[in-house]
Design a protein around this ligand. Structure first.
Ligand code: ZN
Ligand code: ZN
Length: 278
């Protein structure tokens, strides 16, 4: 099959690689129909994440059709359309049974390495270096999904790929940021950064009951989207003193909650062609 492979910092190629195979009874093979590029892929592309190896297949946001199943997977069938979360979870450990899937104790075979670097290991992740398990990703024609009986989510009929693809990462990431704000009716939420996560954080904040959302960025197109589709009030921090204006807009009190959706490498990376902001 063809797959997008990492070869080093700023060196990503479409290679022909072996098709994935069922390795465990709880695996599935998914034929990819849609996949997305994440801001987190930039950390890999720019060479900031250690333990990537030449030939690693990229992509942790993907969905598709089940083409093969291990013998233990009973809740999906060959032919089902599925969306795949980027965290890999066993479903049975302490963390999984506490709904803390991204902390799964059983899905990262290189947990010892993560513990050495970070103190504790999170779950395994698709295509996120060997610290997180070294799993092949989904920017490919096919992907192997371990613990498929837990991870695969069957897409209800009538929904397009574009309507569900962002469930793999970006939408839940923005939603969780808003959820962590413990929003009460009448709250004003400020969102710094209007990339994809910021856009979903804006909409999630409204979904969870915010009365006003104020979105801050410096890219006009992002602010336009936050305003037109997100219904946020917007501030361009290159044009105004955002801290002062936020106070003015909130009766001197400041917002009730603030979400940082800026992420890493927001400025000056080569891929975006942006100048470094000082
Ligand atoms: Zn992502
Ligand atoms: Zn688990």
């Amino acid at each position: 099959m063809k797959a997008v492979c990492w070869h080093g910092a700023n060196d990503v190629r479409v290679d022909t690689v072996p098709d994935p195979k069922i390795l465990n009874p709880r695996d599935a093979i998914v034929k990819i129909t849609s996949t997305a590029i994440c801001g987190s892929d930039l950390h890999l592309f720019n060479g900031y994440i250690p333990t990537m190896e030449k030939g690693d297949i990229l992509g942790h946001e993907f969905m598709g059709e089940v083409v093969e199943l291990g013998s233990a997977v009973k809740n999906v069938k060959v032919g089902d359309r599925v969306v795949v979360p980027f965290t890999i979870a066993c479903g049975n450990c302490y963390f999984c049974t506490s709904d803390l899937w991204s902390l799964c104790d059983n899905s990262n075979p290189n947990g010892w390495l993560a513990e050495k670097i970070m103190g504790h290991s999170p779950s395994g992740l698709f295509s996120y270096s060997h610290i997180f398990g070294g799993y092949a990703g989904g920017q490919a024609e096919y992907a192997r999904v371990p613990f498929a009986d837990v991870g695969l989510f069957k897409v209800p009929d009538g929904l397009t790929d574009e309507q569900v693809l962002f469930l793999t990462d970006i939408f839940p990431t923005g939603y969780m940021a808003a959820e962590n704000c413990n929003i009460k009716p009448g709250d004003i939420v400020a969102v710094w950064g209007c990339g994809p996560v910021g856009q979903f954080a804006i909409r999630s904040a409204f979904m969870l009951g915010a009365e006003r959302v104020i979105a801050i960025d410096r890219i006009p197109e992002r602010l336009q989207m936050a305003s037109d589709y997100g219904k946020a009030e917007v501030l361009n921090y290159e044009e105004v003193d955002a801290g002062e204006v936020l106070k003015e807009m909130t009766g001197g009190r400041g917002p009730d909650a603030v979400i940082d959706a800026v992420g890493l490498e927001a400025h000056g990376n080569d891929l975006m062609g942006l100048e470094t902001v000082t």
